[in-house]
Design a protein around this ligand. Sequence first.
Ligand code: ADP
Length: 633
Amino acid sequence: MTASATASRETLGFQTEVKQLLQLMIHSLYSNREIFLRELVSNASDACDKLRFEALHNDSLYENASELNIRVSYDKAARTLTIADSGIGMSRDEVIANLGTIAKSGTRDFFSKLSGDQQKDAHLIGQFGVGFYSAFIVADKVSVLTRRAGEKSDQGVYWESDGGGEFSIEMVERAARGTEITLHLREDQDDLLAGHKLREIIRKYSNHIMQPILMQKEEWKDGKQELLNEDETVNQASALWTRSKNDITEEQYQEFYKHVGHDFDDPLAWTHARVEGRQDYTQLLYIPGRAPFDLYDRNTRHGIKLYVRRVFIMDDAEQLMPQYMRFVRGVVDSSDLPLNVSREILQESKDIEAIRKGCTGKVLGLLFDLAENDKEKYAKFWGEFGKVLKEGIGEDFANKDKIAALLRFASTLADTTDETVSLKDYIARMKDGQEKIYYVTADSFNAAKNSPHLEVFRKKGIEVLLLSDRVDEWLVSNMFEFEGKSLVSVAKGGLDLGKLEDAAEKQEQEKQADELKGLTDKIKTSLAERVKEVRVTHRLTDSPACLVADEHDMSGNLARLMKAAGQKSPNSQPILEINPKHPVVLRLQNEDARFDDWAAVLFDQALLAEGGHLDDPAGFVKRINQLMLDMGK
Ligand code: ADP
């Protein structure tokens, strides 16, 4: 490809992250080098989709040539490979933005995770997505010639770079709209300069692309290869989702996912169906194998692509999936929606609501199927996306019970967070006489696991769920029961173990409360405003004291989370519960001179044990030292 040099030529530097990405890509993806073609063809296909969509409102963008295709060619003598499309093309500004920077959310996060270990980084880079820059895996120079559809022929743009720190850009004449990317192959890439090799790669990775991928026909004559003056379509060139399931192989589903999901790795699972009813549509929805970097970024792109009768309408049609399923990727192709449907219309459309309902149900069904029949895959799903699915409990009232059945929790019966239990299994293994589902919340797994509130449950062998994700507090504030069993925090309200305690135990507790009434009153007076109440506990076996929240107050953990997030939380005081059998508590009965110090230490250590922060750490240390000295006397 030639580009006449004009005075407009400019050299610009890549964004720092692009430089890093290029370096990394060339080194860590080398063994996967063929994927560059998939990435470039995928972009070309997106560009055709975009033109078709824009032309719905403005037919002139076709410039009297409405054919959309992708052409792959090679030049043995020049040692170049060219991928051209008749898609939307790019303006000068778009070229600079798209081929000079990375506009992805999560970019900084991604780069901070790189280790320098090529194998590990290769894995991460796949997760990040490679795209256009993957051309540099096989090329030491890449040039792009493009013109945006509808622009005049002198608005062509020529971009060129050797993948170092810079690229050049200039305005050129270009008659055809669309984009042509030429790769000047590296020394050892000559095997790519062969029609059969390129056809093989295209069929392997890009068969599912909707637009025809054209190559010049070749023939072997007398042991010599001849190029004919005729094109042939190399791929299947039909929308994959419109084909019958039986005609699609696993590999084709997987490759298609990489295109729609902009992912490098295989998906975990998918569901493909034609739905007829209030709305007729086809959906092909995938659960990725791994969470993307921007899972928690509200501005993430690349969700569901919406098509109407095979015409691409938009990327990331967020109305088609609830927020808590934002990890789902794929395609919905509606037979009924009008072609001029816009985001604004989608927001209010009852038809879209019906589609969203249907898609949500399909994904839940798929998850149920995995949870039942492929526990290993489900565990993988849970590890990657469990926290997001939990949001559904508060978000999707209609499916709350179904989502609840899909939840998994760490518990006191397991040693690690990897071993999880469903609420159904929890109920199935409840102790005789147990009527409630018990849980504890804390800001880490270890804090939850070692919470003093669990002592009596351990002693009695009652399982308690350990909740340590941020979203868990929100979860339990939206879920009060499961299959008729209420969910109860072990650190809230008066502990009523119901039938798990016998009459003798209850009597004993009342007796102790009476006996220690003087002490609890005295501690309350000493701690004054810091506590709502002081009472005798039967939660503890080993610790001298713990804090609990009143029945309708916010848990200490939630109050701390809110504070950390800069939010105001209601100023509710905790209840201090003391262990009537603990030697420290017994000793306190006979303390006079330093009673206030003892009471303060008791409170502070209870706060520390549940992961709280002391108001006056230095005061705590001073008191502890004083008490230690006293003991030595
Ligand atoms: P991604 O495709 O994940 O956005 P890429 O680095 O592959 O990332 O591409 C960046 C952007 O460059 C694309 O989003 C698109 O806007 C633009 N682009 C790339 N290739 C083409 C093309 N063939 N035609 C038009 N635009 C393109």
